[in-house]
Design a protein around this ligand. Sequence first.
Ligand SMILES: [Cu+2]
Length: 64
Amino acid sequence: MHVIKVIGMSCAHCVSAIQAAVLKVDSGARVEVDLQAGEVRIDSAEVDAPFRKAIEQAGYTVAG
Ligand SMILES: [Cu+2]
């Protein structure tokens, strides 16, 4: 399970953009976007880095 802090997510559009970015890395991943916490939780066997990169390429800032 990956927990990635993401800055700049605010609405349903952000949720679907983040989900699409994550699923492009691993189409079998389970993704939960928590807008209130500013967290993306990803259940996947894939490593962390490509998810962070994909989220940044979608236009968001990954914290930490
Ligand atoms: Cu949005």
